[in-house]
Design a protein around this ligand. Sequence first.
Ligand code: UDP
Length: 243
Amino acid sequence: MEKINILGVNVDNVTMDAAVCKVLDFLNEDVPHAVFTPNSEIIMSAYNDEEFCRQLNDASLVVPDGIGVVYASRILKAPLPERVAGFDLATNLIKKLSGGQKSFYFFGGKPGIAEKAKENLLSQYPSLNICGLSDGYYDEEKEKLIIEDIKQKKPDILFVCLGAPKQEKWINKYKNELGAKVLMGIGGSLDVFAGNVERAPQFYRNHGIEWLYRLLKQPSRFVRMLALPKFGLTVLFKGKRLR
Ligand code: UDP
């Protein structure tokens, strides 16, 4: 599959449909596959952290979570076809496998969030197979228990929702011992499934201004969002990197 190099991060040149097919194919293989969903903020932090950049590039599939990544690919004259948001990819997989063909494990979020996400999803897809849950706040002892639980349940798809770069590092550290076939780092997605955090309305998503909606809802994100113009300028001047 063709990869587009954006500030050193190799993003797969895929549509949403192709990404879904790719993950479904991974489920038929015997080796574990990591799926990462970087947005521009995450790519910017990988640009400043070589180890994290390597970690992202170790994945089997890297999809462009933010519209900023798609714009960056256009600046680089290697346009990605569309945004493939981690939350949407997860939702599409849930829909495809809602008959219970494959099992899901939800790991991450504050205590109670994974439970609420499960409850909401089961009310929509009663046959969905959610085989295990753990919150994402742990010490060394609790982490061991979480790992044991995942190993025992052997989920087909493990959602790891710890935020970046924690989730990517965690997935790479443990992916070979957990028995999960696909391990996806999808940030705050469980909060959205739980109904704790609202997704931007369709209008904002269709016009590539989900960031504006988030900023209006949560002005404290302003400083974090300064990474966006910085990302645009860095792509413009450094392109495929090198620092
Ligand atoms: N989180 C977690 N454990 C931690 C830190 C964060 O489970 O030690 C969760 C947090 O509760 C939230 C998610 O990770 O559900 C990160 O959400 P955020 O929106 O920051 O992630 P993004 O999608 O922007 O990477």
